[in-house]
Write a new protein. Structure first.
Length: 401
């Protein structure tokens, strides 16, 4: 089964797509998986069957990547999934580029000039792999101020925009410690999501008062003291797990920052003195181990970004308009998901091994060049004696993951 035959049925599930658009998108996905180095309009026209102008125009016309990925995830992921959310920084220069500003770069450890994307991924819990859902570019700070929105408001809105479709995959939204904010958690909770994140080590929390009512006048007692994270109350914190690496405790506490009760999963690591992490969920009945496990799975969206940066030119967008940037970045990330679904998830578990985007890239690049050579010299690939040689050269240069 060729990748074209894999992509085609997914596109056929989308309404209002002309045949010409289906052919264009299929070729784009394959080219993003095949071309090594920076992928721009000139490179696409060199290796593809359309002109540079056609690629520019189609990138501007747009495409619903979220719907495409929705169908891909439904077909190739298990029932247990989580929604991973994480902004990703992209270096970009220019004076007329949409959304250009100073954003936090995790690699540099400081704010730098470039673009910012809200990355939404779906993590398949069983296979422990992230699949791209959608990436929404962050507008400039000036534009956000004109709309009366903060950066956190914008991040929350990107998830709320896709609320109906995302909730069909999972209700759990997992984000890093930056998003342990009331302005992010509250709107998502009200929309039906459960937010899982991490607090600072010195977060302000209160024990809940669970004693009998006194019967006296006035407001009933709600809290029973502030939590001292260096000396937790083991009558309230319940030990849920004791492994060689950590102790796992659970407790229902009141978060002052979030202005609400949360379920805490406190992890105390044994090999690091006084080293602990405070995870939380807005679901007060969720088990501590599941909170801890889901948070760890969030990191797989980082591998998705890494593979797209290294192999499908996530940072190489030539366009400067909002539509072109959206098309290019989502094409790069979706191409990685296609590679995972077609070349990895589709295999039997015992035959999978580790996922290697580098090997898949080599495979597609070799195939692209071979087909060009075979076409020029009019060599028939389907002839039996050519098939073995074609397959051998196609896999040339692959490395272990």
């Amino acid at each position: 089964m060729e990748s074209r035959a894999f992509i085609g049925p997914i596109l056929s599930k989308m309404s209002d797509l002309r045949k010409s658009k289906v052919n264009f998108l299929t070729e784009c996905f394959i080219l993003f998986l095949s071309i090594k180095g920076k992928i721009n309009f000139l490179q696409l026209s060199r290796y593809g069957s359309y002109s540079e102008k056609t690629y520019r125009n189609n990138f501007e016309s747009g495409f619903s990547f979220s719907e495409f990925n929705h169908h891909l995830i439904n077909e190739h992921c298990g029932d247990e999934k989580i929604i991973a959310f994480d902004p990703v920084y992209l270096s970009k220069s220019g004076k007329k580029t949409y959304g250009l500003g100073k954003y936090w770069s995790g690699c540099a450890g400081k704010a730098q000039k470039g673009l910012d994307l809200s990355g939404i991924g779906i993590v398949d819990v069983e296979s422990r792999n992230a699949f791209h859902y959608d990436a929404i570019q962050t507008p400039s700070i000036t534009e956000l101020k004109e709309k009366g929105m903060s950066l956190v408001d914008h991040y929350a809105s990107t998830l709320l925009t896709h609320k109906e479709q995302l909730l069909t995959h999972s209700k759990y939204v997992v984000a890093d410690a930056y998003f342990a904010k009331e302005k992010f958690v509250r709107p998502l909770d009200e929309a039906g999501f459960t937010v899982i994140s991490r607090f600072r080590g010195d977060m302000n929390a209160r024990y809940l008062f669970e004693g009998p009512k006194t019967g006296k006048r006035g407001r009933p007692k709600k809290f029973n003291g502030k939590v001292d994270w260096k000396n937790i109350d083991l009558d309230i914190f319940q030990l849920e797990d004791d492994t060689d690496l950590y102790y796992l405790y659970s407790a229902k506490l009141y978060s002052v920052a979030l202005k609400r009760e949360v379920m805490i999963a406190l992890v105390q690591f044994k090999n690091q003195k006084l080293k602990q992490k405070i995870f939380f969920s807005t679901d007060l009945n969720q088990e501590a181990f599941q909170i801890f496990n889901y948070y760890r799975l969030r990191f797989h969206i980082e591998f998705l970004f890494r593979d797209a940066k290294q192999h499908t030119s996530l940072t190489g967008c030539q366009g400067i308009s909002k539509n072109k940037i959206h098309f290019h970045t989502n094409m790069a990330l979706t191409s990685v998901s296609i590679a995972k679904a077609f070349h990895w998830i589709n295999q039997e578990k015992k035959e999978r091994g580790p996922f290697s985007m580098a090997n898949i890239k080599t495979l597609y690049f070799n195939e692209l060049i071979l087909k060009k050579i075979f076409s020029v010299f009019r060599i028939d690939v389907d002839v039996e004696k050519n098939k073995q040689q074609f397959e051998m050269i196609r896999k040339l240069g692959q490395i272990a993951a």
